[in-house]
Design a protein around this ligand. Structure first.
Ligand SMILES: NC(=O)C1=CN([C@@H]2O[C@H](COP(=O)(O)OP(=O)(O)OC[C@H]3O[C@@H](n4cnc5c(N)ncnc54)[C@H](OP(=O)(O)O)[C@@H]3O)[C@@H](O)[C@H]2O)C=CC1
Ligand SMILES: Nc1nc(=O)c2c([nH]1)NC[C@@H]1CN(c3ccc(C(=O)N[C@@H](CCC(=O)O)C(=O)O)cc3)C=[N+]21
Length: 301
């Protein structure tokens, strides 16, 4: 239970699963409208190399989400030992396919491949992951808008907005500076008029910096590193971390947990996302949203 001035814990939870479901319904309606008007639905190609179980799970979830929204999905599974050139050729083929409006190459790729090179091959107009250097570059420049924003950090921003959080002038701290989450999250918060500090593995006193935050986006990939005493009373916490930790009560022997010590943090925070059921489902909803935008740009023109 929260303290005297704190709202009940149940009211503090940002239900990412529910917000993502609402967005997926909205997308479904728009896809149907596009199809009715132009006779064509948006299409997403997902390329998966190798058979990592976690990648297989994410790719399965993406396909199911596409089916439910009426988005056509193309699936290309490639063996772990295929060559980088094989993957590049698959990307080129999807680049040239007029029925495909988005291309996602599931990361990580096998070690013998250069991820940057493969991602850079994806046509800018089909970069629904938002990882292309030009899309990231535009995200960082005033007066420029990228064609696509990376799905996970965009999902974090949409969660904040749909939860009624006013970001203007707020102190935001992002824990992590990766190309796919932390860095773009910081750029997006800056675009929303936050004052942004980025914490990484060389940061001297991350606890002290986090304690000044009105908003924290935690994306370090380190289970429960953000502790209760890192959190200012009334702060809003978005937990991106998906860490697999041993749990004897689960059939698999593992459970997913975030970068934030959720049970303690919820006592101090004003709002917080759970793991699972927070940012993860939003990542998929934003992928569908980017694919719809891309399809609309191509089909309606
Ligand atoms: N829910 C979702 O949809 C998604 C969830 N994720 C999850 O988000 C987390 C982050 O992913 P990703 O960005 O790809 O991870 P990376 O490993 O690429 O980046 C982690 C970042 O966190 C920093 N970091 C690591 N440990 C610490 C620490 N102890 N203190 C401060 N900073 C630290 C690193 O610093 P440095 O740069 O100095 O190395 C790095 O910048 C993971 O748990 C991942 O599973 C990722 C993508 C999607
Ligand atoms: N090119 C590329 N684009 C990505 O967007 C990408 C990627 N590669 N590689 C891996 C990461 C990870 N990722 C997630 C997607 C959904 C959930 C998700 O829906 N998680 C559920 C739980 C899922 C479960 O129970 O296993 C949740 O948090 O509630 C999580 C993580 C996308 N990624």
């Amino acid at each position: 239970m929260g303290g005297k001035n704190s709202k009940p814990e149940a009211e503090k939870i940002i239900d990412g699963k529910a917000i993502a479901a609402t967005i997926r319904e909205e997308i479904k309606v728009e896809v149907a409208e596009l199809k009715a008007k132009y006779g064509k639905a948006p299409g997403l190609a997902v390329v998966i190399v190798g058979n990592r179980p976690d990648s297989q799970t994410y790719v399965r979830m993406k396909r199911k989400a596409c089916d439910e929204a009426g988005i056509v999905s193309f699936h290309k599974e490639m063996p772990e030992d295929c060559s980088e050139e094989d993957v590049l050729q698959v990307v080129r083929d999807f680049n040239a396919d007029p029925d495909c409006h988005g291309i996602l190459v599931q990361l990580p790729l096998p070690k013998h491949m250069n991820e940057e090179k493969v991602l850079a091959e994806i046509s800018l107009e089909k970069d629904v992951d938002g990882f292309h250097p030009l899309n990231i570059g535009k995200l960082s420049m005033k007066g420029h808008e990228p064609l696509f924003m990376p799905c996970t950090p965009k999902g974090c921003i949409v969660l904040l907005e749909r939860s009624g959080v006013d970001l203007k002038g707020k102190n935001a701290v992002v824990v992590g500076r990766s190309n796919i989450v932390g860095m773009p999250a910081a750029l997006m918060l800056m675009k929303k008029d936050c004052t942004v500090t980025v914490v990484h593995s060389r940061t001297k006193d991350p606890a002290d910096i986090c304690r000044r935050a009105d908003v924290i986006i935690a994306a370090a990939g380190s289970a429960h590193m953000v502790k209760k005493n890192w959190i200012k009373k009334g702060a809003v916490i978005i937990d991106v971390g998906t860490n697999s930790v041993p749990d004897a009560t689960k059939k698999s022997g593992f459970r997913l947990t975030g970068d934030v010590d959720y049970d303690e943090a919820i006592k101090r925070a004003d709002m917080i996302t759970p793991v699972p059921g927070g940012v993860g489902p939003m990542t998929i909803a934003m992928l569908l949203s980017n694919t719809l935008d891309s399809g609309r740009r191509s089909i309606a023109n």
